[in-house]
Ligand binder design. Structure first.
Ligand code: FAD
Length: 465
């Protein structure tokens, strides 16, 4: 941006949101140059904090007039660079739009602004015996608006689905500044094309979401968690297939390998159960009937032991359950702190392909002599494959990394899978999109982008090369 244009735009932005909501100094903008994607950052020209929909609309109108890129931003916990201002311009933060507007018990719905922290939203509805199930491991920091933009998943997707399964309506601002209101407190709605589904998961490239209506379900009264250690990946993953086949539907089935557990131990500073096991699965069962759930837990525990589990640890108090989930939610951060540079892939395959995929990933790790650590939502076929630099020299890492990423995707695609289940494409995965979408499919998507955003000002350079 030229100095004159910068000054002109800055003055106009101050007129829209007031002086305190426009940042233009390098140090003040430091937190907005990156998200949680390792090794990716970029300087915006300005950061603007909007307080309401009208301001978002006015900012987009201005950006369209001056042809300035606008990057919507929630909490910046993204793992594919979606909120990173790679083309400069304005970072539009929704952090001040952080109010829950209504909890409607009659319709079992919540109306909220996008900047509410997901875990805080869950805690509020739970006070009323209601439940918003999608639970990304980042739930203590990510925003509900960011969850819609990425269609966030989480551990409980096995039984409850992902973000899109709970969105019944929202208000959004188009790149032109026009405000649209889609859906409502409606459980059915088939009028016209499904724009709600189109905008959910669009990674902030089609519209900025400013008000959200989510449906809720009754809060299950009882939970039982089982932590089950195994000698190897194959037995652990085959056992998960058997659990699903047994027609029990746990709320969550998470997979953690030994390396993940040891990294967490180091970060949490305490010894964790079954630390010598090559793999662990964490199973959560929930429901309203305690006796029935206990029987299910017994059955699942026995099934695990019959399939070769070393042991079964049962956690039936909230405090013990929290301890188990704390470990699971700390893995990503722990690997970052202990493994140096890491590149995380977020593959999904049919659940019954997982035993074979995990064993092929182990072979790839051996073949390339690079550490590959796996953890994640194995119960819905979505695991996070982390390629760690550890002590590899830069030249070796730079040579091996593309081979490792392509190797991971070769295995995934051959198993009928895809390259992202919940973290999105953003910047880091876009060159791999043609591995799973055809030219015809990509062209339709690019035309949709053009229809929404003819001047390409909204989060440009994301998803597509
Ligand atoms: C430790 C850790 C664990 C994680 N675990 C999970 C997990 O289990 N499941 C999962 O799905 N993800 C997980 N994530 C990834 C991340 O938390 C999610 O993608 C989350 O949805 C991002 O929310 P955010 O508010 O931080 O969004 P940001 O990172 O700020 O933005 C993400 C994208 O959404 C766009 N955006 C943000 N707000 C809006 C809006 N209001 N309107 C339009 N576009 C918008 C941005 O432009 C960007 O493209 C994890 C991340 C970390 C660091």
């Amino acid at each position: 941006m030229t100095i004159t244009k910068f000054a002109e735009v800055k003055d106009k932005l101050i007129a829209i949101v007031s002086q305190e909501n426009v940042l233009a100094e390098k140090e003040a903008m430091a937190d907005y140059t990156h998200d949680e994607t390792m090794g990716l950052s970029s300087q915006p020209d300005m950061v603007v904090k909007a307080e309401n929909t009208q301001q978002v609309s006015a900012i987009l109108k201005l950006a369209n007039q001056y042809l300035i890129p606008v990057v919507p931003r929630g909490a910046g916990t993204g793992l594919s660079g979606g909120a990173v201002p790679t083309a400069g311009g304005i970072v539009l933060s929704l952090e001040k739009m952080n109010k829950i507007l209504e909890i409607d018990e009659e319709n079992m719905m919540i109306v909220t602004e996008p900047g509410v922290i997901t875990g805080a939203l869950q805690a509020e509805v739970e006070k009323k015996g209601l439940f918003y199930p999608p639970d990304p491991a980042s739930l203590d920091s990510c925003h509900i608006g960011g969850n819609l933009a990425e269609c966030a998943g989480g551990a409980r997707a096995v039984k409850y689905g992902v973000t899109k399964d709970y969105v019944v309506g929202f208000e959004a601002v188009l790149p032109s500044g026009e405000i649209i209101k889609l859906g409502g407190k409606l459980l059915k709605n088939v009028v016209g094309y499904d724009l709600i589904s189109l905008i959910i998961g669009c990674e902030g490239t089609l519209a900025i979401i400013t008000r959200i209506i989510l449906k809720l379900v009754p809060l299950p009264k009882v939970k039982i968690d089982l932590l089950v250690p195994f000698d190897n990946y194959a037995t652990a993953s085959q056992t998960i297939v058997e659990i699903i086949k047994s027609k029990v539907v746990p709320a969550a089935i998470e997979f953690m390998d030994k390396e993940s557990i040891l990294a967490c131990e180091e970060c949490l500073g305490r010894q964790l159960p079954f630390r010598d096991a090559e793999a662990q699965i964490l199973i959560e069962l929930d429901g309203d009937d305690k006796e029935y759930l206990e029987k299910q837990a017994e059955m699942v525990g026995e099934l695990c032991l019959n399939k070769g589990a070393q042991d079964v640890l049962v956690a039936d108090t909230k405090a013990n359950q929290e301890k188990l989930w704390e470990v699971r939610r700390k893995i990503s951060e722990s690997l970052k702190l202990t493994g140096g540079l890491k590149v995380s892939e977020d593959i999904v395959v049919p659940i019954n392909q997982m035993p074979q995929v995990l064993s092929q990933l182990q072979e790839l790790s051996k073949k390339l002599a690079v550490k590959i650590v796996c953890f994640g939502h194995l119960g819905d076929g979505n695991i996070h494959v982390n390629i760690l630099k550890k002590e590899l020299a830069d030249e070796v890492w730079n040579k091996i990394l593309p081979e490792a990423i392509n190797g991971v995707f070769d295995i995934t695609v051959a198993a009928g899978g895809t390259i992202s289940g919940e973290h999105g494409i953003g910047v880091t995965k876009k060159k791999y999109v043609p591995r799973v979408l055809s030219t015809a499919e990509i062209n339709i998507m690019k035309q949709i982008k053009k229809t929404f955003d003819p001047n390409n000002i909204l989060n440009p350079g994301k998803i597509f090369e």
